[in-house]
Design a binder for this molecule. Structure first.
Ligand code: NDP
Length: 483
Protein backbone atom coordinates (compact mmCIF):
# COMPACT_ATOMS: atom_id res chain seq x y z
CA UNK A 1 0.00 0.00 0.00
CA UNK A 2 1.14 3.54 -0.73
CA UNK A 3 2.85 5.31 2.16
CA UNK A 4 0.79 7.90 3.98
CA UNK A 5 2.10 11.45 3.58
CA UNK A 6 4.99 12.03 5.98
CA UNK A 7 3.80 15.36 7.36
CA UNK A 8 0.99 17.88 7.07
CA UNK A 9 2.36 20.33 4.51
CA UNK A 10 4.62 20.32 1.48
CA UNK A 11 6.58 23.52 1.13
CA UNK A 12 9.63 24.38 -0.95
CA UNK A 13 10.07 20.85 -2.19
CA UNK A 14 9.83 19.03 1.15
CA UNK A 15 7.42 17.87 3.80
CA UNK A 16 7.01 20.34 6.65
CA UNK A 17 5.36 19.91 10.04
CA UNK A 18 4.37 22.50 12.61
CA UNK A 19 2.55 20.89 15.49
CA UNK A 20 1.46 24.31 16.76
CA UNK A 21 -1.37 24.16 14.20
CA UNK A 22 -4.77 22.78 15.27
CA UNK A 23 -5.18 19.03 14.71
CA UNK A 24 -7.03 17.79 11.62
CA UNK A 25 -8.23 14.19 11.94
CA UNK A 26 -8.59 12.44 8.60
CA UNK A 27 -11.46 9.97 8.82
CA UNK A 28 -12.29 7.06 6.53
CA UNK A 29 -16.02 7.63 6.29
CA UNK A 30 -16.91 3.99 5.60
CA UNK A 31 -15.82 2.93 9.09
CA UNK A 32 -15.19 6.13 11.04
CA UNK A 33 -11.54 5.10 11.55
CA UNK A 34 -8.98 7.89 11.90
CA UNK A 35 -6.44 7.26 9.13
CA UNK A 36 -4.16 10.27 9.65
CA UNK A 37 -3.64 13.19 12.01
CA UNK A 38 -2.45 16.41 10.42
CA UNK A 39 -2.08 19.99 11.62
CA UNK A 40 -3.48 23.21 10.22
CA UNK A 41 -0.89 25.52 8.70
CA UNK A 42 0.41 28.16 11.07
CA UNK A 43 1.25 31.66 9.81
CA UNK A 44 4.91 30.54 9.57
CA UNK A 45 4.02 27.65 7.24
CA UNK A 46 1.80 29.87 5.09
CA UNK A 47 4.54 32.48 4.85
CA UNK A 48 7.14 29.86 3.84
CA UNK A 49 4.81 28.52 1.12
CA UNK A 50 4.04 31.93 -0.36
CA UNK A 51 7.65 33.10 -0.15
CA UNK A 52 8.86 29.85 -1.74
CA UNK A 53 6.36 30.14 -4.56
CA UNK A 54 7.20 33.78 -5.21
CA UNK A 55 10.93 33.03 -5.25
CA UNK A 56 10.66 30.07 -7.64
CA UNK A 57 8.16 31.43 -10.14
CA UNK A 58 10.23 33.79 -12.30
CA UNK A 59 12.88 31.19 -13.20
CA UNK A 60 10.14 28.68 -14.02
CA UNK A 61 8.35 31.16 -16.27
CA UNK A 62 11.65 31.85 -18.04
CA UNK A 63 12.08 28.21 -19.07
CA UNK A 64 11.13 27.06 -22.54
CA UNK A 65 7.56 25.74 -22.51
CA UNK A 66 8.77 22.33 -23.74
CA UNK A 67 10.99 22.02 -20.68
CA UNK A 68 8.05 22.72 -18.39
CA UNK A 69 5.94 20.31 -20.41
CA UNK A 70 8.46 17.49 -20.09
CA UNK A 71 8.21 17.64 -16.29
CA UNK A 72 4.41 17.68 -16.32
CA UNK A 73 4.31 14.70 -18.69
CA UNK A 74 6.67 12.83 -16.39
CA UNK A 75 4.34 13.59 -13.45
CA UNK A 76 1.42 12.23 -15.49
CA UNK A 77 3.39 9.02 -16.18
CA UNK A 78 4.18 8.58 -12.48
CA UNK A 79 0.50 9.03 -11.61
CA UNK A 80 -0.54 6.38 -14.14
CA UNK A 81 2.16 3.98 -12.88
CA UNK A 82 0.97 4.38 -9.27
CA UNK A 83 -2.73 4.70 -9.99
CA UNK A 84 -3.80 1.55 -8.06
CA UNK A 85 -2.14 2.80 -4.86
CA UNK A 86 -3.21 6.40 -5.37
CA UNK A 87 -6.79 5.26 -6.00
CA UNK A 88 -6.76 3.32 -2.74
CA UNK A 89 -5.58 6.41 -0.85
CA UNK A 90 -8.29 8.49 -2.56
CA UNK A 91 -10.88 5.93 -1.47
CA UNK A 92 -9.66 6.12 2.13
CA UNK A 93 -9.65 9.93 2.02
CA UNK A 94 -13.14 10.28 0.46
CA UNK A 95 -14.99 6.97 0.91
CA UNK A 96 -15.63 6.75 -2.83
CA UNK A 97 -15.67 3.19 -4.20
CA UNK A 98 -12.41 1.89 -5.63
CA UNK A 99 -14.18 1.10 -8.92
CA UNK A 100 -14.62 4.89 -9.32
CA UNK A 101 -11.31 6.14 -7.95
CA UNK A 102 -9.38 3.74 -10.22
CA UNK A 103 -10.86 5.27 -13.37
CA UNK A 104 -12.01 8.78 -12.53
CA UNK A 105 -9.92 10.65 -9.99
CA UNK A 106 -6.16 10.46 -10.56
CA UNK A 107 -6.54 9.34 -14.20
CA UNK A 108 -8.39 12.55 -15.03
CA UNK A 109 -5.69 14.46 -13.17
CA UNK A 110 -3.04 12.78 -15.32
CA UNK A 111 -5.07 13.69 -18.40
CA UNK A 112 -4.95 17.35 -17.37
CA UNK A 113 -1.17 17.25 -16.93
CA UNK A 114 -0.73 15.64 -20.35
CA UNK A 115 -3.17 18.02 -22.01
CA UNK A 116 -1.65 21.26 -20.70
CA UNK A 117 1.88 19.92 -21.24
CA UNK A 118 0.93 19.41 -24.88
CA UNK A 119 -0.86 22.72 -25.23
CA UNK A 120 1.55 25.15 -23.55
CA UNK A 121 4.42 24.84 -26.06
CA UNK A 122 2.05 25.59 -28.94
CA UNK A 123 0.97 28.97 -27.56
CA UNK A 124 2.43 32.11 -29.01
CA UNK A 125 1.51 35.74 -29.32
CA UNK A 126 0.30 37.63 -32.37
CA UNK A 127 1.79 40.31 -34.55
CA UNK A 128 -0.49 43.19 -35.50
CA UNK A 129 0.77 45.24 -38.46
CA UNK A 130 0.18 48.98 -38.29
CA UNK A 131 1.81 50.06 -41.56
CA UNK A 132 5.26 51.31 -40.53
CA UNK A 133 4.91 50.36 -36.86
CA UNK A 134 3.58 47.15 -35.38
CA UNK A 135 2.35 45.58 -32.16
CA UNK A 136 3.24 42.16 -30.89
CA UNK A 137 1.81 40.32 -27.93
CA UNK A 138 3.44 38.04 -25.39
CA UNK A 139 1.51 35.57 -23.26
CA UNK A 140 2.91 35.78 -19.74
CA UNK A 141 2.32 33.87 -16.54
CA UNK A 142 0.27 35.54 -13.81
CA UNK A 143 2.71 34.73 -10.97
CA UNK A 144 1.69 32.99 -7.74
CA UNK A 145 -1.70 31.29 -7.96
CA UNK A 146 -3.69 29.99 -5.00
CA UNK A 147 -5.80 26.87 -5.47
CA UNK A 148 -8.49 25.98 -2.93
CA UNK A 149 -10.21 22.62 -3.26
CA UNK A 150 -13.49 20.98 -2.28
CA UNK A 151 -13.61 17.48 -0.77
CA UNK A 152 -15.46 15.57 -3.48
CA UNK A 153 -12.65 15.20 -6.06
CA UNK A 154 -9.60 16.25 -4.04
CA UNK A 155 -6.83 14.90 -6.25
CA UNK A 156 -8.55 15.69 -9.54
CA UNK A 157 -9.12 19.28 -8.37
CA UNK A 158 -5.44 19.63 -7.34
CA UNK A 159 -4.39 18.42 -10.82
CA UNK A 160 -6.98 20.43 -12.76
CA UNK A 161 -5.71 23.61 -11.11
CA UNK A 162 -1.97 22.95 -11.02
CA UNK A 163 -1.68 21.56 -14.57
CA UNK A 164 -2.60 24.75 -16.46
CA UNK A 165 -0.99 26.94 -13.79
CA UNK A 166 2.39 25.22 -14.01
CA UNK A 167 2.28 24.64 -17.77
CA UNK A 168 1.91 28.39 -18.30
CA UNK A 169 4.76 29.32 -15.94
CA UNK A 170 2.97 30.06 -12.67
CA UNK A 171 3.65 28.78 -9.16
CA UNK A 172 0.86 27.43 -6.96
CA UNK A 173 0.01 27.24 -3.28
CA UNK A 174 -2.80 24.72 -2.88
CA UNK A 175 -5.09 24.28 0.10
CA UNK A 176 -7.14 21.09 0.03
CA UNK A 177 -10.38 20.77 1.96
CA UNK A 178 -9.53 19.78 5.51
CA UNK A 179 -11.92 16.85 5.07
CA UNK A 180 -9.75 15.26 2.33
CA UNK A 181 -6.18 16.51 2.69
CA UNK A 182 -4.07 13.53 1.57
CA UNK A 183 -4.08 13.38 -2.24
CA UNK A 184 -2.63 16.84 -2.83
CA UNK A 185 0.42 15.91 -0.73
CA UNK A 186 1.02 12.89 -2.97
CA UNK A 187 0.78 15.16 -6.01
CA UNK A 188 3.42 17.45 -4.50
CA UNK A 189 5.73 14.43 -3.97
CA UNK A 190 5.18 13.29 -7.54
CA UNK A 191 5.93 16.72 -9.00
CA UNK A 192 9.29 16.83 -7.20
CA UNK A 193 10.12 13.32 -8.39
CA UNK A 194 9.22 14.37 -11.94
CA UNK A 195 11.75 17.21 -11.73
CA UNK A 196 9.63 20.21 -10.80
CA UNK A 197 11.85 22.76 -9.07
CA UNK A 198 11.13 23.26 -5.36
CA UNK A 199 8.62 25.96 -4.43
CA UNK A 200 6.43 25.73 -7.51
CA UNK A 201 3.72 23.51 -6.01
CA UNK A 202 3.13 23.85 -2.29
CA UNK A 203 0.39 22.29 -0.19
CA UNK A 204 -0.79 23.85 3.05
CA UNK A 205 -3.52 22.32 5.17
CA UNK A 206 -6.25 24.09 7.02
CA UNK A 207 -9.82 25.16 7.31
CA UNK A 208 -11.41 28.22 5.75
CA UNK A 209 -9.25 30.69 7.68
CA UNK A 210 -6.06 29.34 6.08
CA UNK A 211 -7.67 29.71 2.65
CA UNK A 212 -8.76 33.23 3.52
CA UNK A 213 -5.25 34.29 4.53
CA UNK A 214 -3.83 32.98 1.24
CA UNK A 215 -6.40 34.84 -0.85
CA UNK A 216 -5.50 38.26 0.52
CA UNK A 217 -1.70 37.98 0.42
CA UNK A 218 -0.09 40.72 -1.69
CA UNK A 219 2.09 38.19 -3.58
CA UNK A 220 -0.94 36.31 -4.93
CA UNK A 221 -2.02 37.09 -8.49
CA UNK A 222 -4.85 34.61 -8.90
CA UNK A 223 -7.26 32.50 -6.88
CA UNK A 224 -9.00 29.40 -8.20
CA UNK A 225 -11.66 27.96 -5.89
CA UNK A 226 -13.78 24.85 -6.17
CA UNK A 227 -16.44 25.00 -3.51
CA UNK A 228 -19.93 26.09 -2.59
CA UNK A 229 -21.62 29.33 -3.66
CA UNK A 230 -21.45 30.95 -0.19
CA UNK A 231 -17.69 30.27 0.04
CA UNK A 232 -17.28 31.48 -3.54
CA UNK A 233 -18.95 34.76 -2.70
CA UNK A 234 -16.56 35.32 0.21
CA UNK A 235 -13.44 34.31 -1.70
CA UNK A 236 -14.41 36.30 -4.81
CA UNK A 237 -14.99 39.42 -2.68
CA UNK A 238 -11.67 38.99 -0.87
CA UNK A 239 -9.81 38.49 -4.16
CA UNK A 240 -11.52 41.52 -5.67
CA UNK A 241 -10.11 43.76 -2.94
CA UNK A 242 -6.66 43.07 -4.36
CA UNK A 243 -7.92 43.08 -7.99
CA UNK A 244 -6.81 39.45 -8.36
CA UNK A 245 -7.79 37.09 -11.15
CA UNK A 246 -10.31 34.45 -10.13
CA UNK A 247 -11.74 31.17 -11.30
CA UNK A 248 -14.80 30.11 -9.31
CA UNK A 249 -16.10 26.57 -9.78
CA UNK A 250 -19.14 26.55 -7.53
CA UNK A 251 -22.25 24.54 -6.86
CA UNK A 252 -25.25 23.71 -8.99
CA UNK A 253 -28.82 22.45 -9.20
CA UNK A 254 -28.60 21.30 -12.77
CA UNK A 255 -31.54 20.12 -14.88
CA UNK A 256 -31.77 17.01 -17.04
CA UNK A 257 -34.63 17.30 -19.56
CA UNK A 258 -36.05 13.98 -20.76
CA UNK A 259 -38.46 14.30 -23.67
CA UNK A 260 -41.06 11.68 -24.64
CA UNK A 261 -39.01 10.54 -27.65
CA UNK A 262 -35.85 9.81 -25.64
CA UNK A 263 -34.41 6.36 -25.09
CA UNK A 264 -35.72 5.51 -21.63
CA UNK A 265 -32.80 3.20 -20.92
CA UNK A 266 -30.23 5.88 -21.79
CA UNK A 267 -32.05 8.64 -19.94
CA UNK A 268 -32.41 6.49 -16.82
CA UNK A 269 -28.73 5.48 -16.98
CA UNK A 270 -27.60 9.09 -17.36
CA UNK A 271 -29.89 10.33 -14.59
CA UNK A 272 -28.45 7.65 -12.30
CA UNK A 273 -24.87 8.59 -13.25
CA UNK A 274 -25.79 12.23 -12.70
CA UNK A 275 -27.19 11.61 -9.21
CA UNK A 276 -25.52 8.55 -7.74
CA UNK A 277 -21.89 8.61 -8.95
CA UNK A 278 -19.64 9.47 -6.00
CA UNK A 279 -22.75 9.03 -3.82
CA UNK A 280 -24.17 12.12 -5.48
CA UNK A 281 -21.33 14.40 -4.36
CA UNK A 282 -20.65 15.91 -7.76
CA UNK A 283 -21.10 19.62 -8.47
CA UNK A 284 -22.48 19.16 -11.99
CA UNK A 285 -25.05 16.55 -11.00
CA UNK A 286 -28.42 16.72 -12.75
CA UNK A 287 -30.44 16.82 -9.57
CA UNK A 288 -33.64 18.13 -11.18
CA UNK A 289 -34.73 15.45 -13.62
CA UNK A 290 -37.62 16.85 -15.68
CA UNK A 291 -39.49 13.99 -17.39
CA UNK A 292 -42.17 14.64 -20.02
CA UNK A 293 -45.48 13.17 -18.90
CA UNK A 294 -45.76 10.67 -21.78
CA UNK A 295 -42.83 8.56 -20.55
CA UNK A 296 -42.99 9.30 -16.84
CA UNK A 297 -44.39 5.88 -15.87
CA UNK A 298 -41.87 3.92 -17.94
CA UNK A 299 -39.01 6.12 -16.75
CA UNK A 300 -39.86 5.72 -13.05
CA UNK A 301 -40.33 1.97 -13.37
CA UNK A 302 -36.88 1.39 -14.89
CA UNK A 303 -35.31 3.93 -12.56
CA UNK A 304 -36.68 2.15 -9.50
CA UNK A 305 -35.55 -1.27 -10.79
CA UNK A 306 -32.05 -0.13 -11.63
CA UNK A 307 -31.64 1.94 -8.47
CA UNK A 308 -32.67 -0.98 -6.27
CA UNK A 309 -29.83 -3.02 -7.80
CA UNK A 310 -27.06 -0.56 -6.85
CA UNK A 311 -24.48 -2.31 -4.66
CA UNK A 312 -23.54 -0.42 -1.50
CA UNK A 313 -20.74 -1.70 0.67
CA UNK A 314 -17.05 -1.68 1.48
CA UNK A 315 -15.56 0.97 -0.84
CA UNK A 316 -12.34 -1.06 -1.17
CA UNK A 317 -14.29 -4.01 -2.61
CA UNK A 318 -14.18 -3.88 -6.41
CA UNK A 319 -17.84 -4.92 -6.61
CA UNK A 320 -19.08 -1.94 -4.59
CA UNK A 321 -20.86 0.68 -6.67
CA UNK A 322 -21.68 3.23 -4.00
CA UNK A 323 -19.79 4.16 -0.87
CA UNK A 324 -20.59 6.41 2.07
CA UNK A 325 -20.89 10.17 2.06
CA UNK A 326 -17.67 11.98 2.85
CA UNK A 327 -18.44 12.71 6.52
CA UNK A 328 -21.02 12.40 9.26
CA UNK A 329 -21.83 16.09 8.82
CA UNK A 330 -22.60 15.59 5.13
CA UNK A 331 -24.71 12.51 5.89
CA UNK A 332 -26.74 14.42 8.48
CA UNK A 333 -27.27 17.26 6.00
CA UNK A 334 -28.44 14.89 3.24
CA UNK A 335 -30.77 12.95 5.58
CA UNK A 336 -32.26 16.29 6.58
CA UNK A 337 -33.06 17.07 2.92
CA UNK A 338 -34.67 13.63 2.54
CA UNK A 339 -36.93 14.25 5.54
CA UNK A 340 -37.83 17.71 4.24
CA UNK A 341 -38.78 16.24 0.86
CA UNK A 342 -41.07 13.71 2.55
CA UNK A 343 -42.63 16.43 4.70
CA UNK A 344 -43.17 18.69 1.69
CA UNK A 345 -45.14 15.97 -0.13
CA UNK A 346 -42.73 14.48 -2.68
CA UNK A 347 -43.45 10.81 -3.53
CA UNK A 348 -40.69 8.50 -2.30
CA UNK A 349 -39.96 5.93 -5.03
CA UNK A 350 -36.98 4.20 -3.41
CA UNK A 351 -34.36 4.67 -0.72
CA UNK A 352 -35.13 7.38 1.78
CA UNK A 353 -32.81 6.83 4.71
CA UNK A 354 -29.50 5.59 6.11
CA UNK A 355 -28.05 2.36 4.83
CA UNK A 356 -26.57 -0.21 7.24
CA UNK A 357 -23.55 -0.87 4.94
CA UNK A 358 -21.35 1.23 7.24
CA UNK A 359 -20.75 4.52 8.96
CA UNK A 360 -21.91 7.35 6.65
CA UNK A 361 -24.01 5.47 4.09
CA UNK A 362 -27.24 6.88 2.63
CA UNK A 363 -29.48 4.81 0.37
CA UNK A 364 -29.76 5.94 -3.24
CA UNK A 365 -33.03 7.83 -3.08
CA UNK A 366 -35.53 8.88 -5.74
CA UNK A 367 -38.42 11.28 -5.23
CA UNK A 368 -41.11 11.74 -7.89
CA UNK A 369 -43.85 14.38 -8.17
CA UNK A 370 -41.36 17.00 -7.02
CA UNK A 371 -42.53 20.55 -7.66
CA UNK A 372 -40.39 23.60 -8.39
CA UNK A 373 -40.96 25.14 -4.97
CA UNK A 374 -39.92 22.13 -2.89
CA UNK A 375 -36.62 22.46 -1.06
CA UNK A 376 -34.97 19.51 -2.91
CA UNK A 377 -35.77 21.22 -6.21
CA UNK A 378 -34.10 24.47 -5.15
CA UNK A 379 -31.09 23.68 -2.92
CA UNK A 380 -27.95 21.71 -3.61
CA UNK A 381 -28.23 18.45 -1.64
CA UNK A 382 -24.81 16.95 -2.54
CA UNK A 383 -25.88 13.39 -1.83
CA UNK A 384 -27.58 10.44 -3.60
CA UNK A 385 -31.00 12.07 -3.86
CA UNK A 386 -32.72 12.42 -7.23
CA UNK A 387 -35.72 14.69 -7.71
CA UNK A 388 -38.00 13.80 -10.64
CA UNK A 389 -40.33 16.54 -11.88
CA UNK A 390 -43.00 16.29 -14.64
CA UNK A 391 -43.50 18.62 -17.59
CA UNK A 392 -45.78 19.05 -20.61
CA UNK A 393 -44.13 21.35 -23.15
CA UNK A 394 -40.67 22.39 -24.28
CA UNK A 395 -41.23 26.08 -23.59
CA UNK A 396 -42.48 25.30 -20.09
CA UNK A 397 -39.57 23.04 -19.16
CA UNK A 398 -36.93 25.44 -20.46
CA UNK A 399 -38.39 28.28 -18.38
CA UNK A 400 -38.56 26.08 -15.28
CA UNK A 401 -35.05 24.67 -15.80
CA UNK A 402 -33.68 28.21 -15.96
CA UNK A 403 -35.57 29.46 -12.90
CA UNK A 404 -32.66 29.03 -10.49
CA UNK A 405 -29.70 31.08 -9.29
CA UNK A 406 -27.40 28.24 -10.44
CA UNK A 407 -26.14 27.59 -13.96
CA UNK A 408 -23.41 24.97 -13.82
CA UNK A 409 -24.66 22.20 -16.11
CA UNK A 410 -27.64 20.85 -18.06
CA UNK A 411 -28.56 17.80 -20.10
CA UNK A 412 -31.16 17.05 -22.76
CA UNK A 413 -32.42 13.61 -23.80
CA UNK A 414 -34.35 13.47 -27.07
CA UNK A 415 -34.20 11.75 -30.45
CA UNK A 416 -35.02 15.07 -32.17
CA UNK A 417 -31.70 16.69 -33.11
CA UNK A 418 -33.20 20.05 -33.91
CA UNK A 419 -34.95 20.21 -30.57
CA UNK A 420 -31.79 19.10 -28.75
CA UNK A 421 -29.76 22.00 -30.12
CA UNK A 422 -32.62 24.51 -29.75
CA UNK A 423 -33.13 23.58 -26.10
CA UNK A 424 -29.41 23.60 -25.28
CA UNK A 425 -29.25 27.07 -26.85
CA UNK A 426 -31.98 28.28 -24.49
CA UNK A 427 -30.63 26.73 -21.28
CA UNK A 428 -28.61 28.93 -18.92
CA UNK A 429 -25.72 26.61 -18.10
CA UNK A 430 -21.98 26.58 -18.73
CA UNK A 431 -21.50 22.84 -19.34
CA UNK A 432 -24.11 20.90 -21.32
CA UNK A 433 -24.70 17.42 -22.67
CA UNK A 434 -27.00 16.03 -25.36
CA UNK A 435 -27.95 12.36 -24.84
CA UNK A 436 -25.11 12.00 -22.32
CA UNK A 437 -24.41 13.32 -18.84
CA UNK A 438 -21.48 14.24 -16.56
CA UNK A 439 -18.68 13.37 -18.97
CA UNK A 440 -15.93 15.92 -18.39
CA UNK A 441 -12.95 15.21 -20.64
CA UNK A 442 -10.05 17.61 -20.13
CA UNK A 443 -10.38 18.76 -23.74
CA UNK A 444 -13.77 20.37 -22.97
CA UNK A 445 -14.03 23.66 -21.06
CA UNK A 446 -15.83 23.16 -17.73
CA UNK A 447 -17.54 25.77 -15.59
CA UNK A 448 -20.75 27.57 -14.77
CA UNK A 449 -22.78 30.69 -15.38
CA UNK A 450 -24.86 32.76 -12.94
CA UNK A 451 -24.03 31.87 -9.30
CA UNK A 452 -22.29 28.64 -10.36
CA UNK A 453 -19.09 30.36 -11.25
CA UNK A 454 -16.68 32.56 -13.11
CA UNK A 455 -14.09 31.36 -15.61
CA UNK A 456 -13.46 27.91 -17.02
CA UNK A 457 -11.24 24.99 -16.17
CA UNK A 458 -9.85 22.64 -18.82
CA UNK A 459 -9.74 23.03 -22.59
CA UNK A 460 -8.10 25.95 -24.38
CA UNK A 461 -10.35 28.22 -22.32
CA UNK A 462 -8.25 27.60 -19.18
CA UNK A 463 -5.23 29.23 -20.84
CA UNK A 464 -6.93 32.61 -20.55
CA UNK A 465 -7.37 32.07 -16.82
CA UNK A 466 -3.73 31.25 -16.03
CA UNK A 467 -1.95 33.79 -18.25
CA UNK A 468 -2.17 37.39 -19.36
CA UNK A 469 -1.32 39.24 -22.52
CA UNK A 470 1.41 41.86 -22.74
CA UNK A 471 0.92 44.12 -25.72
CA UNK A 472 4.08 45.72 -27.15
CA UNK A 473 3.95 48.68 -29.57
CA UNK A 474 7.11 48.95 -31.67
CA UNK A 475 7.90 52.36 -33.15
CA UNK A 476 9.86 51.98 -36.42
CA UNK A 477 10.33 55.67 -37.26
CA UNK A 478 10.78 59.12 -35.75
CA UNK A 479 8.51 60.05 -32.79
CA UNK A 480 5.84 62.46 -34.00
CA UNK A 481 5.40 64.80 -30.98
CA UNK A 482 3.51 68.10 -31.31
CA UNK A 483 5.65 69.85 -28.65
P1 NDP B 1 -16.85 24.72 0.68
O1 NDP B 1 -17.32 25.87 -0.07
O2 NDP B 1 -17.32 24.51 2.07
O3 NDP B 1 -15.25 24.74 0.76
C1 NDP B 1 -14.44 24.82 -0.39
C2 NDP B 1 -13.01 25.13 0.03
O4 NDP B 1 -12.92 26.49 0.45
C3 NDP B 1 -12.51 24.29 1.21
O5 NDP B 1 -11.15 24.00 1.02
C4 NDP B 1 -12.75 25.23 2.37
O6 NDP B 1 -11.96 24.89 3.47
C5 NDP B 1 -12.35 26.56 1.75
N1 NDP B 1 -12.86 27.74 2.42
C6 NDP B 1 -13.95 27.85 3.22
N2 NDP B 1 -14.12 29.15 3.61
C7 NDP B 1 -13.12 29.87 3.03
C8 NDP B 1 -12.77 31.27 3.02
N3 NDP B 1 -13.47 32.18 3.68
N4 NDP B 1 -11.69 31.64 2.30
C9 NDP B 1 -10.97 30.74 1.60
N5 NDP B 1 -11.26 29.41 1.57
C10 NDP B 1 -12.32 28.98 2.27
O7 NDP B 1 -17.17 23.45 -0.24
P2 NDP B 1 -17.07 21.92 0.13
O8 NDP B 1 -15.67 21.54 0.41
O9 NDP B 1 -18.14 21.63 1.12
O10 NDP B 1 -17.45 21.26 -1.29
C11 NDP B 1 -18.73 21.09 -1.74
C12 NDP B 1 -19.12 22.25 -2.66
O11 NDP B 1 -18.21 22.36 -3.73
C13 NDP B 1 -20.46 22.03 -3.31
O12 NDP B 1 -21.25 23.19 -3.25
C14 NDP B 1 -20.14 21.73 -4.76
O13 NDP B 1 -21.13 22.06 -5.65
C15 NDP B 1 -18.90 22.51 -4.95
N6 NDP B 1 -18.13 21.93 -6.03
C16 NDP B 1 -18.06 22.60 -7.23
C17 NDP B 1 -17.40 22.06 -8.30
C18 NDP B 1 -17.29 22.79 -9.59
O14 NDP B 1 -16.36 22.54 -10.32
N7 NDP B 1 -18.18 23.69 -9.93
C19 NDP B 1 -16.76 20.75 -8.20
C20 NDP B 1 -16.85 20.16 -6.90
C21 NDP B 1 -17.53 20.74 -5.87
P3 NDP B 1 -12.50 23.80 4.53
O15 NDP B 1 -13.36 22.81 3.83
O16 NDP B 1 -11.26 23.20 5.02
O17 NDP B 1 -13.29 24.60 5.49
Amino acid sequence: MIAQPQASHFVNGAYVEDTAGAVIEVIYPATGAVIARLHEATPAVIEAALAGAAAAQAAWAAKRPVERARILRCAADLIRERNPDLARLETLDTGKPIQETLVADWPSGADALEYFAGLAPTLGGETIPLGRDFVYTIREALGVCVGIGAWNYPSQIACWKSAPALALGNAMVFKPSEVTPLGALKLAEIFIEAGLPAGLFNVVQGRGAVGASLVTDRRVAKVSLTGSVPTGQKVYAAAAAGVRHVTMELGGKSPILVFDDASVEDAVGAAMLGNFYSAGQVCSNGTRVFVQKGIKAKFLKRLAERTAAIVLGDPLDAATQMGPLVSVAQMVKVLGYIETAKAEGATLICGGGRDPAGECFVQPTVFADVTDTMTIAREEVFGPVMAVLDFDTEAEVVARANATEFGLAAGVFTADLTRAHRVIGALQAGTCWINAYNLTPVEAPFGGVKSSGVGRENGHAAVEHYSQIKSVYVGMGPVDAPY
